[in-house]
Design a protein around this ligand. Sequence first.
Ligand code: AMP
Ligand code: ZN
Length: 155
Amino acid sequence: MDNCIFCKIINKEIPATKVYESDRVIAFLDINPIEKGHMLIVPKQHWKNLADVKLDTEKEIEIYEELMYIVRVATKAVITTKLADGANILQCNNACAGQTVDHLHFHVIPRYGSELATVPAFNSGAAKYEPNEAQALAEKLSSAIAAIVKDEELL
Ligand code: AMP
Ligand code: ZN
């Protein structure tokens, strides 16, 4: 899809700090993280949002299933590696709901600290990485995601 920033990442026209990639799904660090390790899980199929998902073909069903599977695995990776104590899953449909990139994606946002906390504000850019910190975190998450996928043997 022309002028779609996530299609450009998928097509390697612009860089991203990846934590997972297959033929169907890509996941990378959010460039403006709410918390450190904030990931976006993205289908390689350009669907605008959940209302736009089509499940007419076997391929579309496989893409959607893997997308949802990697949302779970990325969340599990955050918690089992003890990167963070928990995580929020956030997902926006249309501008009125906060959608700024019109290519379906799920946010997996690590949450630090054990106290009851409110859901964080979108697009706050609250977290800032030290030099090389994002790459190191991405490598940790990427290894954990790959290990879970291998262990569960579902793909
Ligand atoms: P949403 O508000 O759900 O549409 O979220 C879009 C997200 O995409 C925001 O959190 C942005 O920080 C993030 N984003 C935009 N451009 C990039 C990019 N080039 N690489 C990584 N994340 C991006
Ligand atoms: Zn796209």
